[in-house]
Ligand binder design. Sequence first.
Ligand SMILES: Cc1ncc(COP(=O)(O)O)c(C=O)c1O
Length: 482
Amino acid sequence: MGQAVETVLGRWSDGPGPLHRKLSDALRRAVERGHLASGERLPSERDLAARLAVSRSTVVAAYDTLRQERLVESRQGSGTRIRPRPAGGTPRTGFELSPVYRSLIDGPGELISLACAIFPAHPLVAEAVATVIDEDGAKLLTHNGYVPAGLPALREALADVLTDDGVPTTPDQVLVTTGAQQAVSLATQLLVRPGDDVVVESPSHSGTLDAFRARGARLVAVPVDDDGVDTRAVADIVTARPPAALYLMSTFHNPTGAMLSARRRREIAELVAEHGIPLIEDNALEGAPLHEERLPPIAAFAPPDAPALTAGSFSKAAWGGLRVGWMRGPAPMINRLAELKAMNDLGSPLLDQAIATRLAPQLARLRADHMVYLRRNLEIVTSRLRELLPSWEWREPRGGPSLWIRLPVGTAAAYAQVALRYGVEVIPGDVMSPHSEHGSYLRMPFAEEPPVLEETMRRLAQAWEAYSPTEEPSRPAAPVVV
Ligand SMILES: Cc1ncc(COP(=O)(O)O)c(C=O)c1O
């Protein structure tokens, strides 16, 4: 099943020019990129107008343009379809990338993008770069450069960090990866076959849901509350029909900001050990705390040989551009993941790993600095929300760089269309959900510097004033019908 057409169109209304032109351009692009296939039926003019929060005449004009270009055809009774195209176009892929990572590929353009929570680099990163060049450069350049499992010094440094965090770890239990994203993708390659069940939280991190979907997994959703995932729901699923893997974000949950309680960590650890169900714990957001309280990863509550993998990253604590993360687990599983890492890219770049090696002992300080930064930002955003958007609801997150906001009326997908025209890219909750739930929620990152946050809030408030829920889609987030 394809994605909702408004998702496929992405930030179609960005930039100058009449709306109908931008819409026909975006539809053409979607066909060229293989997001809309030959024969695929487009929504009716009325339906698309409602979903994109534009007038019907805008859609009529866009479809007219595409008909003149012979890209679409309309027939009485069967609606408007994409015409068969000559060979040579982009083949339609088996999965659709969610707009969160799509936005990184396209770049922000003129918009303020709330697609990802991206921090400025911590000043210690620049210091570590200089030290690596001055002190490690000559030695590094004598290395052959290929270390698929990771630079030994970095594996050692990370093993020390993890041991200090309460989970005794040896270097052969650590694989260095290109961010937490690759750690989770490699675990997916190792553990999941097409058609397998994977238990995920709802909502969840769309970047990982994309990886599972691309692998052909069947997503089994479990709810999340303030204490993290509902462990009873996980236990019921695991005993009824054991999945290929559990994917959980215990510290912290993206997008709700929940932190899995110690009791629930123990319960998950017991399930993993007792049933041998592989766990992929994704702690990519650990570097973005809002409180001092810390808990060890779930693996700390399980026997050492239990199939519990824990992903971590320098992205939030230090800098996303470093692209260094890790996976911790039993040595035999880490060894298998290293084989996959070798096949994927033969190892992460040596210089980046050397910089991370310098930063690893400072992770606690980096986290503490981010806590101060994020708390100030949270204060700014929540006070502006109370002032400008008092009907929006949210709960105080335990950690992580985003608010999970509930709109009082309408759908976040339709509001996102209006927000685009006020210069903000908003990610609606259904994109963050395994089965397009949470249509009345949106995720609002607050990792940017205060002037950007202030401007974002101003534009969101203007867009909210302009959004009238009569513009609501008749069938919210319905997929393109093939
Ligand atoms: C839960 C989660 N996993 C993985 C990632 C990707 O992280 P990285 O930059 O380390 O690849 C993110 C990014 O925000 C995330 O929130």
